[in-house]
Write a protein that binds this ligand. Structure first.
Ligand code: THU
Length: 138
């Protein structure tokens, strides 16, 4: 795979735009996410809340729906922002969801002027697809 140029400014802006599409009538925390894929495309998502609170979809969840819809590939770099435009650290569940599609090296935005973090900094010793092969009794 060729080395992809990561345009963090664009990713943050696309995440901010996505946050404007959020459905968050309960928490009023709007969230947007945008990611560069290994195909060189950018996919986006926003949070979608539900009256049954626990069924809320985080912005990263709908981003993964967009990833599938747009032809898949691996995630290379992700920016997640809240409605105030500032970066938001992915929740624990979303770290696991992102790991499946980006692996340990996936870069997570830390905001302007800060070094992005690798996903394995946010989710050390992750359980992932490889474990299903190596840890199965079958
Ligand atoms: N939220 C996300 O969209 N992503 C995260 O990683 C953390 C939380 C959303 C879910 C909910 O709609 C709102 O933020 C408040 O928890």
């Amino acid at each position: 795979m060729d080395t992809l140029e990561i345009n963090w400014v664009e990713l943050r802006e696309r995440a901010r735009q996505s946050a404007t599409k959020s459905y968050a009538p309960y928490s009023r925390v709007t969230v947007g996410a945008a990611a560069l894929t290994s195909h060189g495309t950018v996919v986006e998502g926003c949070n979608i809340e539900n009256a049954s609170y626990g069924l809320t979809l985080c912005a990263e969840c709908s981003l993964l729906g967009d990833l599938a819809r747009c032809g898949g590939g691996e995630l290379v770099a992700v920016a997640v922002v809240a409605g105030d435009g500032a970066p938001l650290a992915p929740c624990g569940r979303c770290r696991q969801l992102l790991f499946e599609h980006g692996g340990a090296k996936l870069l997570i935005d830390s905001g302007e002027g800060a070094e992005p973090k690798r996903l394995d900094q946010l989710l050390p010793d992750a359980f992932g697809p490889d474990d299903l092969d190596t840890r199965s009794n079958a």
